[in-house]
Design a binder for this molecule. Structure first.
Ligand SMILES: Cc1cc2nc3c(=O)[nH]c(=O)nc-3n(C[C@H](O)[C@H](O)[C@H](O)COP(=O)(O)O)c2cc1C
Length: 173
């Protein structure tokens, strides 16, 4: 698949086979693409926490559900959660983190995996439990949550892209 086709055909996958863990090499390829995202002043302010341990994945999903006010799994059964954090001391940290998220989502599609951005990482890592997890992982409390790229093998065809809005682009010629 060429790069442009990949960008146009990626869709958010919102249902996964929970027991189909992608091979580690495939996960690493996606992560590597994430680390090559551009960043303000080249500071690489973002950080990726690759979560495949089910207990941690389940706990983060449960916290996310609590914040969302639901009892369903906000990670849609995905066995992998790539948590993107970013160093809040960098003025571009949220932009840097969002670009890492974009690379992860597109790279997952490029290697044949499904993925979706799941929100509420910021709120999660502002909680006492979130702060404790950062300490357990040896990550400074300067880091804030940007998003989760949940990933795995989808078990439903994602919804097709909605038509692009008519006024998406203004050409100044
Ligand atoms: C900042 C951001 C936050 C998102 N948060 C969630 C989320 O919490 N849960 C979810 O199911 N999808 C989430 N999405 C995915 C969007 O629902 C999805 O990108 C949108 O519906 C367009 O679909 P597409 O990605 O297939 O083009 C998020 C996307 C972005 C960019």
């Amino acid at each position: 698949m060429d790069a442009l086709e990949m960008l146009l055909t990626r869709r958010s996958v919102k249902s996964y086979w929970p027991d189909r863990m992608p091979d580690a090499e495939l996960i690493e390829k996606v992560i590597e693409a994430g680390t090559f995202a551009p960043s303000g002043r080249g500071k690489q302010s973002a950080l990726i926490v690759a979560i495949t341990q089910q207990a941690v994945r389940d706990e983060l999903s449960a916290i996310n559900a609590q914040i969302l006010g639901t009892t369903s799994d906000p990670f849609y059964g995905a066995p992998v959660a790539l948590l993107v954090l970013a160093d809040s001391t960098s003025p571009t940290h949220r932009d840097d983190g969002a670009l890492v998220m974009g690379n992860l989502l597109n790279a997952a599609h490029a290697v044949g995996l499904g993925a979706c951005w799941i929100h509420r990482a910021r709120e999660t890592f502002e909680t006492e439990r979130g702060q404790q997890l950062l300490r357990d992982w040896g990550i400074s409390d300067h880091y804030v949550g940007i998003g989760y790229c949940v990933m795995g093998y989808g078990n439903k065809t994602p919804r097709p892209a909605t038509p692009r809005k008519a006024d998406y682009v203004h050409y100044i010629r």
